[in-house]
Design a protein. Structure first.
Length: 229
């Protein structure tokens, strides 16, 4: 694929790093609605005979889970705020969900199994779970204000789907001035090409793509610096 001329024309943004007390990890939509083969979209795929078409996605999700677990552990040890987003209505009949999600049948009631976070990635202690009724977390929640209240400057973002809810949330965050790390192997979508293209779009300006191992090293360096200080 030819390089985007805009990347040649515009300068790259300087490197940025996670900072103590100013960094949060955002886990996007790792819930039974869209991240488990037996519920939500997975169940729809079985009913519609589309298991082959969705097999790649669920394999990638399964592969991302251990990486997300490793990042969650590192962030918790380093006292990095962990925040989850889930697609979930505030009502039982989902009347408050966005028309765009209704059109795709990507809705779930607040008390449903689909609204729950995967058992492997459950929040701990007082970690926040923010319910959204749109694809991007900024569009239907007070996430902007939450980050400001917490004094957050950097976001570590993982979850699904890379070219949909993840990318929309990441680009919105960068547009609002937050520095964002997108973790390439802790995100997943429906094809290798979709993943590649989305990560390429998100690796510029205030958005940096890192692997899990690269991010773990940055978190460790931040924690060591904090201890020394």
């Amino acid at each position: 694929m030819p390089q985007n001329p805009l990347n040649l024309l515009l300068p790259s943004a300087p490197e940025f790093f996670p900072a103590p007390g100013k960094t949060a990890m955002l886990v996007i939509d790792m819930q039974y609605l869209d991240a488990h083969p037996d519920w939500g979209m997975g169940r729809m795929a079985k009913e519609k005979g589309l298991l082959r078409e969705t097999a790649y996605f669920f394999r990638e999700v399964a592969g991302a889970i251990p990486n997300i677990q490793a990042l969650l552990s590192a962030c918790r040890q380093a006292k990095i705020e962990v925040i989850y987003s889930v697609v979930a209505a505030a009502t039982r009949d989902c009347r408050d969900m966005s028309p765009a999600l209704w059109a795709r049948n990507l809705i779930c009631a607040r008390d449903s199994k689909e609204a729950q976070i995967l058992d492997e990635l459950l929040p701990q202690g007082d970690e926040m779970v923010i319910s959204k009724t749109s694809s991007g977390i900024f569009n239907s929640t007070a996430f902007d204000q939450v980050l400001k209240n917490l004094g957050i400057e950097n976001l570590i973002v993982v979850g699904v789907a890379t070219n949909a809810c993840v990318e929309l949330s990441v680009r919105d965050a960068a547009d609002r001035g937050w520095q964002v790390f997108v973790i390439s192997d802790a995100t997943a979508t429906f094809s290798e090409q979709l993943q590649k293209d989305a990560l390429e779009r998100m690796n510029k300006g205030l958005m940096k793509v890192k692997s899990t191992q690269e991010m773990l090293k940055l978190i460790a360096a931040m924690a060591a610096e904090k201890v020394i200080a």
